[in-house]
Design a protein around this ligand. Structure first.
Ligand code: ADP
Length: 510
C-alpha cells in the first residue's frame, strides 16, 4: 500500500450510475447512485439517452467526493465498470446519431435467428459472445438490413463507456471486456474479427482500438473536472465490463472459485486463463486481460421470480410489511422456510421471461410440476426459490465441464440478503457459499483495477486479501442428497416441455 488513501469505482449499470469511494481495504467510505430511465419507443426496443447517463455519472462522482469531505489529492484514481452490449452510432465529431441501444433491446430477433442458421456457431467460437439479440453484432446486422439512418451516417460505433470517455478526454479505447461482449472481437487474438465486421457491414476504422483494462487517461477536460469536483490530472482507468469486474471484486479469480450474482436477473461466472467455449453455445467467454477470461452464463430469471411471487401471492405480506415497516421479501422467505428442502416434491421451472443460459430460448415458460392438494402457498414460494438455483446449477454444470470442478461459491446481489436462499444455494451445489459485506462488487473490481494500473497495488490476485466478508453457509449433506434426486427430474423437464412452450408462445402472442 503506497501513496494515496482512496480510490473511486464508477459502475455504469443498466438503470443507474453507482459511484463508490473506497479505502484501500475495500471498505466503502461514501457512495451515491443516480437512476436514469429506459425508453421503449417500439415493442422490444430498449434505449437510453447517452447524455443523461453521462450527466448522472458526473453528478454521482461529484456527490461522493463532496459527501466524503476528503482532499481529492488523496484519491489515487477512478476505475470504470459498465454494463455490456450497449451500442451508439456517432458522427465525425463524436456526437450521438442514435440513442444508446441496451442489451435488453431485442429488435434483432430475426437477424439473430438467421445468423444462428448460418455462421453463428463459427462466430461464437471466435468471439465468445452467444448469438443473441443482446449482442451489438446482431444489432448492427439489424441496422444494416433496415437501412437505419444513424448506422448509414455513422463514423464510429461505441459502447456507453467509450462515449463517456470521449466526452471527458476526447480520446478512448474499447476495453477488452466491453469489446469482447460486442460479438465483434476475436477473443483469441484480442483484435476485431474481420468476418464479424463483414457481417455487421462495418470497417475496423469505425471502432476504437481494443485496450487492456489498465489503459489510463489523465487529461480530464477542465470543465468536466470542475463539474465532478476533482483535480483534472486524476487518472481514469478504463476497467472492464461489470461481469469480469464483479468476479474480481468478489475475489472469484482463481481456479475453482465461482461467482454467483442474483439481482433482478442473474449470472454464474468463473475466471479462466485461456478462452473456453462450448459447442452447445450455452455459455459466454469474455476477455478481461490477455490471460484472464470470464466464462459463464446469464439467466433472465433471478430475483424477478421472487418479485413475481410477491406480486401474485404476497398481497398479505405486502400489507403487513407496510404496516410494520418490514421487508416483504423477509416475510415471504420466512414462510418458505417452514417447508422442508425439496418443497415436498414440487418443482418449478423459473423461465418467466424466456431464458438465456442454459437454453437460450425466448419462448421458454415458467411451470410448476408435481402439484398436489397438500401444497400450499409456502410450497410454491420455496419451490420458486429452489427453481432459480436449479437453473443456475445447470449452467454451473457446463462451466465444470469446461474448466473442472469448483470448490468455493461467492454470492452477491439482492438474493444474498436472504439466509434461506443462500442455504438453498449451498445445499443444491453441495458447496460452501461465501458472501462479501459490500453489494458493490463491480465497483470494487473497477477500483482495484485502477489501483493496479497506477501502481498502488502489485497484482489483481492480491485483492483477495481486501474483500471484507460476512459469514459463510455450509452445505447440509442430507439436503444435498434430496436436491440431487430432484435435480435429475428437474433436468428432464425442459426438453420434454419444449415443444409445448412453443405452442403456448404462439397462443400467448395471439
Ligand atoms: P438489480 O439487479 O435490479 O440491481 P438487486 O440486486 O437489488 O437488483 O436484487 C433485487 C432482487 O433481490 C429482488 O427482485 C428480490 O428477488 C431479491 N431480494 C431483495 N431483498 C430480498 C430479501 N430480503 N430476501 C430475499 N430476496 C431479496
Amino acid at each position: 500500500m503506497k501513496n494515496k488513501q482512496y480510490v473511486i469505482g464508477l459502475d455504469i449499470g443498466t438503470t443507474s450510475a453507482k459511484v463508490v469511494l473506497f479505502n484501500y481495504l475495500g471498505n466503502a467510505i461514501s457512495e451515491h447512485e443516480i437512476e436514469y430511465p429506459l425508453s421503449h419507443p417500439s415493442p422490444g426496443w430498449v434505449e437510453q439517452n447517452p447524455d443523461e447517463i453521462e450527466r448522472a455519472a458526473v453528478k454521482a462522482i461529484h456527490t461522493v467526493v463532496q459527501q466524503s469531505q476528503i482532499e481529492t489529492e488523496e484519491i489515487a484514481a477512478v476505475g470504470i465498470s459498465a454494463a455490456m452490449h450497449s451500442l451508439i452510432c456517432l458522427d465525425k465529431n463524436n456526437n450521438p446519431l442514435s440513442p444508446s441501444i441496451t442489451w435488453a433491446d431485442c429488435r434483432s430477433v430475426e437477424q439473430t435467428e438467421q445468423l444462428q442458421q448460418g455462421k453463428g456457431i463459427e462466430i461464437y467460437l471466435k468471439t465468445g459472445t452467444p448469438i443473441h439479440p443482446m449482442s451489438p453484432l446482431s444489432k448492427l446486422i439489424w441496422m444494416k438490413e433496415n437501412h437505419y439512418e444513424p448506422y448509414l451516417k455513422a463514423k464510429k460505433f461505441v459502447s456507453i463507456k467509450e462515449y463517456l470517455l470521449l466526452k471527458w478526454f476526447g480520446i478512448c479505447g474499447a476495453d477488452y471486456g466491453i469489446a469482447s461482449a460486442s460479438g465483434l472481437l476475436n477473443m483469441h487474438t484480442l483484435d476485431w474479427d474481420e468476418e464479424a465486421l463483414e457481417l455487421a457491414g462495418i470497417s475496423r476504422e469505425q471502432l476504437f482500438q481494443p485496450v487492456p483494462p489498465t489503459e489510463t487517461y489523465q487529461e480530464l477536460r477542465g470543465e468536466i473536472a470542475q463539474q465532478m469536483g476533482i483535480r483534472n490530472d486524476l487518472p481514469f482507468v478504463i476497467g472492464s465490463s461489470d461481469g469480469p469486474l464483479a468476479n474480481l471484486g468478489i475475489g472469484a479469480i482463481s481456479d475453482g472459485d465461482i461467482a454467483i450474482t442474483i439481482g433482478t436477473s442473474g449470472a454464474i461466472r468463473q475466471m479462466v486463463s485461456t478462452p473456453q467455449t462450448d459447442h452447445h453455445q450455452e455459455t459466454f467467454c469474455y476477455a478481461f486481460t490477455n490471460d484472464m477470461y470470464v466464462i459463464g452464463g446469464p439467466t433472465n430469471n433471478g430475483g424477478i421470480v421472487l418479485r413475481w411471487l410477491k406480486e401474485t401471492l404476497g398481497e398479505l405480506e405486502m400489507v403487513k410489511a407496510l404496516e410494520d415497516n418490514q421487508d416483504p421479501y423477509e416475510l415471504l422467505t420466512a414462510l418458505a422456510k417452514k417447508v422442508k428442502p425439496g418443497s415436498e416434491g414440487l418443482l418449478f421451472l423459473p423461465f418467466l421471461n424466456g431464458e438465456r443460459a442454459p437454453h437460450w430460448n425466448a419462448n421458454a415458460k415458467g411451470s410448476y410440476i408435481g402439484l398436489t392438494q397438500s401444497h400450499k402457498k409456502e410450497h410454491l414460494l420455496r419451490a420458486g426459490l429452489e427453481g432459480v438455483i436449479f437453473n443456475i446449477y445447470q449452467i454451473g454444470e457446463t462451466l465444470e465441464r469446461l474448466s473442472g470442478t469448483s470448490n468455493r461459491l461467492l454470492a452477491s446481489g439482492g438474493f444474498a440478503r436472504s439466509p434461506l436462499w443462500l442455504q438453498i444455494l449451498a445445499d443444491i451445489f453441495g458447496k460452501e457459499v461465501y458472501v462479501p459485506e459490500s453489494h458493490q462488487s463491480s465497483a470494487w473490481g473497477a477500483a482495484w483495477t485502477a489501483l493496479y494500473a497506477v501502481g498502488e497495488v502489485d497484482s489483481f490476485e492480491e485483492i483477495k486479501n481486501f474483500i471484507p466478508m460476512r459469514n459463510s453457509f455450509i452445505p447440509n449433506e442430507k439436503n444435498h442428497e434430496i436436491y440431487k434426486r430432484l435435480y435429475t427430474a428437474y433436468k428432464e423437464l425442459y426438453p420434454s416441455l419444449k415443444s409445448h412452450f412453443e405452442t403456448l408462445s404462439k397462443l400467448q402472442k395471439n
